[in-house]
Design a protein around this ligand. Structure first.
Ligand SMILES: [Zn+2]
Length: 342
């Protein structure tokens, strides 16, 4: 999820004026020579990559269509470059380590070790756990609303924010799904899907934060608050997908949306007499502390455990507390409404 990635972007932006594509690792002449050589002959030392042979012999391009590779196999050409980059990076990092140097970034990313072709196994695992945490939270919220709490005569829940939380759950699960995919395989498409889903969930949760903290129940007012924010989020998604994926600008947009909702919840927790406000505090403070992990962007320990993966790990318990707050809020509001109606 990219709620998470805004801080990576902030750090990347702050540390590197050159942007994400030129890092210390890939400027290294030995690494560059290795990649160039590998793409030409398809081998590094004794290790050869079958992916390289086909795409580099040039034959496939001139053959009639029925002799050509199927479209899905054309990814091989991309695989040749990615395999060469990966194995040259591993080789170069090994040499550097032997000389006592610290790891450096390659093409904007730390040198991760793959497991079964998965680029960042820990981030994948934690993203999947976040996804299941949201599913669990949503399911328990659903059961509470429709099976445990009293319903109105038209079989609808008393809690006025229920449909908003249902949509929120869908956006959250969607963004963690694409985060799982993106950390498994980082290509242009998966990156854009991950970024877009993160903007969507951030935008929607900001709307929700405003509506809930100001207790906006009137349909027309809700639309008035939501419309400009929805329009902005949608325009931004179109912009990063079809115009330019500007990391710096995207970071500013995501940080602004993320921080403003955290502040809103924090202020609201401070002034409200909500019985579960301590859960809000936990999420706001916990989320803030977890951000430190992203500020201290250390390289992956043993090629696996990096700050970003740990950041994804911390949101797992926070998500549990968060859904627990949402359930409490539904119960609290329902009992308030029932008291009033009596
Ligand atoms: Zn991530």
């Amino acid at each position: 999820m990219r709620e998470c990635h805004w801080f990576v972007l902030l750090v990347a932006f702050a540390l590197s004026v050159k942007g994400l594509n030129a890092s210390a690792g890939d400027i290294d002449p030995q690494y560059r020579t290795c990649v160039k050589q590998c793409e030409k002959i398809g081998c590094i030392d004794q290790q050869c990559f079958p992916q390289c042979n086909f795409s580099l012999d040039g034959v496939s391009i001139d053959l009639p269509w029925y002799m050509q590779e199927p479209l899905y196999l054309k990814w091989k050409q991309w695989d040749c470059q990615s395999d060469c980059r990966y194995h040259c990076m591993v080789k170069r990092e090994g040499e550097r380590e032997a000389l006592g140097y610290h790891p450096v970034k390659y093409h904007g990313k730390w040198p991760f070790k793959r497991i079964y072709g998965i680029q960042e196994p820990l981030s994948v695992a934690f993203s999947a756990l976040n996804l299941s945490m949201h599913f669990h939270g949503w399911l328990s919220f659903f059961i509470l609303l429709y099976y445990k709490l009293p319903l109105r005569q038209d079989k609808k829940a008393y809690y006025e924010f229920s449909s908003l939380w249902h949509i929120y759950a869908l956006f959250s699960m969607n963004s963690w799904f694409w985060s799982t995919v993106f950390h498994s395989r980082d290509v242009d498409l998966t990156e854009k899907l991950d970024y877009s889903s993160a903007v969507a969930v951030l935008g929607f949760s900001l709307i929700l934060a405003i509506l809930r903290s100001f207790n906006v129940r009137h349909e027309a007012t809700r639309v008035m608050v939501a419309a400009p924010l929805l329009a902005f989020a949608l325009t931004h998604i179109l912009y990063i997908n079809f115009y330019e994926l500007d990391y710096g600008w995207n970071m500013i947009v995501c940080v602004t949306m993320g921080v403003s909702q955290l502040l809103l919840w924090a202020i609201w927790a401070g002034v409200t007499h909500h019985p579960s406000r301590w859960k809000l505090w936990t999420v706001v403070v916990g989320g803030g502390l977890a951000l430190l992990l992203e500020i201290y962007d250390f390289p992956p320990y043993e090629g696996f455990v990096d700050a970003h993966a740990l950041w994804h790990a911390t949101t797992i318990p926070l998500t549990y507390v968060w859904w627990s707050f949402i359930r409490d809020d539904a119960e609290f509001q329902t009992s308030n409404l029932l008291k009033k109606s009596k």
